[in-house]
Design a protein around this ligand. Structure first.
Ligand code: SF4
Ligand code: SF4
Ligand code: FES
Length: 509
């Protein structure tokens, strides 16, 4: 019984999680559901009948007949006193702190304390800017010594770089001498730090958290397909953070995956169609592509980086042209037994579903293009490791590239159609577990950019195909095939659903 309400939970559940099921958010700092329990901050104290003292709810396991009070006057006073204690030496940095707006200490202060400081002696000063890793800066003054970051490094990547030194009000979070916080998952400590003590070099001072929108989508960095939130303002992306998915990535993601948002830089994007180096209206460029492709000996190149919808749409074009099929993919990379997969393609399985017989011998395609085996080539995406000779030949062929940003390949092709990026479309990947992973649009594609599956749909129609599905129809069919309510709901939703403002979505940490 919690605050007079009965609750039934799985064996081993703690009181804090049981209270969450009743919609009660017990204030806490050191507890994180993905880590072991330290019970050191004492912010989550509750009153359990028959227990002599207040008890940390993160550590107390629910038992039959237990009666808990989470908001009695005794608990409220303890909560307030613990907050005052935590804030005693905390600097008043909020106006310049990157965590402001999503800081748990700020939130608890506003909810449970909200009184003027009684401290009338100088605060204990500690290091303000300590460069401790490739991606991370530590501000020891802001640290509230919750040990989440220490436990993360010990328990998740198992690298144990961080630790607590000294005692009392001199205690600090620090890194071992001669070590750097450079493990491939280091940026997760920035997410779980309840305050702004650990900040990301990449994100620091770029934008305030409350200006950002958050879109729940999927990482395209490798075949794992981690659940992520893309944080953006208007059409500019600022960071990627992990989203809980117990079946795929739990609470975490790798640092490399976080940096994939940089591909969305508007300055790298292709906004308009191009024919023979000149900007052209989109409809004319598609008609011209169809005119040049018709009746030609053609190769098409699928992409393991693009959505299944786009690859399926290319399969329709390949059918009309009776084309020879190839599949381009990123080379293998870093791998570990946590999340990172050696296969750096988010959708090899989805592309294979669209083109089961496509050859992945791109060197053969390069030789054949150089040897004039084809009169036309259609590339989905800008990924195609071709030799210089083959690339130079492309401008003299009927070469069409459907891509969202400039690359050596798009520069070499005669016709370029401007595609929407992964952050602008409804679409899906199939990850290494054969699970459908859904992409949600964070912002609409501007200028002439369109879903690549729709560009290919229009190309197939211009080539004379009938009854070809568009992007939405492909997505709906995939939602049925994989029994994905998530994708089905997205396809059926109104097109202009705005993602929630981050500050109202939830607190991070
Ligand atoms: S740096 Fe952040 S996560 Fe680490 S102990 Fe301090 S407050 Fe906790
Ligand atoms: S493990 Fe793969 S899918 Fe997950 S965040 Fe890293 S790159 Fe992205
Ligand atoms: S959250 Fe329970 S003691 Fe810190």
């Amino acid at each position: 019984m919690i605050d007079g309400q009965e609750v039934t939970v799985r064996k081993g559940t703690n009181v804090l999680e049981a209270a969450k099921l009743l919609g009660k958010d017990i204030s806490h700092f050191c507890y994180h559901p993905g880590l072991s329990i330290a019970a050191s901050c004492r912010q989550c104290l509750v009153e359990i009948e028959k227990a002599p003292k207040l008890t940390p709810s993160c550590q107390a396991i629910v038992a039959d007949g237990m009666v808990v009070h989470t908001d009695s006057p005794r608990v409220q006073e303890a909560r307030r006193q613990m907050l005052e204690f935590t804030l005693k030496n905390h600097p008043v940095d909020c106006p310049i702190c990157d965590k402001a707006g999503e800081c748990i200490l700020q939130r608890h202060y506003m909810d449970h304390d909200h009184r003027l400081s009684r401290v009338d002696v100088p605060k204990v000063r500690k290091a303000k800017h300590k460069d401790i890793g490739r991606e991370i800066v530590l501000d020891q003054e802001r640290c509230i010594l919750c040990s989440r970051c220490v436990r993360f490094c010990e328990e998740v990547p198992k690298t144990a770089e961080l630790g607590m030194m000294f005692r009392g009000d001199r205690e600090i979070l620090d890194i071992d001498d001669n070590r750097r916080l450079d493990n491939p998952y280091s940026l997760n400590v920035v997410d779980i730090c309840p305050v702004g003590a650990l900040t990301s070099k990449d994100f620091r001072f770029k934008i305030r958290a409350w200006e950002l929108h958050a879109t729940a989508t999927t990482c395209n960095g490798c075949a794992t397909g981690c659940a992520i939130e893309l944080h953006h303002k208007d059409t500019r992306a600022y960071r990627i953070v992990p989203r809980l998915d117990p079946d795929v990535n739990s609470y975490w993601m790798c640092d490399a995956g976080r940096m994939t948002y940089k591909e969305l830089d508007p300055d790298l994007r292709i906004h308009h169609a191009r024919v023979d180096g000149e900007t052209a209206p989109l409809a004319e460029a598609i008609a011209e592509a169809a005119r040049r492709l018709r009746g030609k000996r053609t190769a098409v190149v699928y992409s393991a980086v693009e959505t299944t919808e786009a690859n399926l749409a290319l399969a329709e074009v390949a059918k009309v042209l009776d084309a020879t099929e190839f599949l381009a993919r990123r080379p293998e990379g870093e791998v570990d037994d946590l999340l990172q997969d050696a296969d750096k393609n988010p959708n090899l399985r989805g592309a294979r579903r669209a083109a089961p017989d496509a050859s992945d011998h791109m060197d053969q395609l390069a030789l054949e293009i150089a040897g004039a085996a084809y009169e036309a080539v259609v590339f989905l995406g800008g990924l195609a490791p071709l030799s210089d000779v083959a690339r130079q030949r492309l401008s003299s062929l009927a070469s069409v590239c459907i891509t969202d940003r400039r690359s050596e390949l798009s520069d070499a092709c005669a016709i370029v159609l401007p595609a929407a990026s992964w952050a602008e479309v409804v679409g899906s990947y199939v990850n290494r577990q054969n699970r459908l992973r859904v992409l949600r649009p964070a912002f609409p594609p501007l200028a002439d950019r369109r879903h690549p599956a729709d560009l290919l749909h229009h190309l197939a129609v211009a080539l004379g195909a009938t009854d070809v599905p568009d992007a939405r129809a492909h997505a709906r069919a995939l939602a049925e095939a994989y029994e994905s309510d998530e994708l089905r709901a997205l396809v059926d939703a109104a097109e202009d659903v705005r993602p929630p403002l981050l500050r109202w979505a939830h607190m991070r940490g």
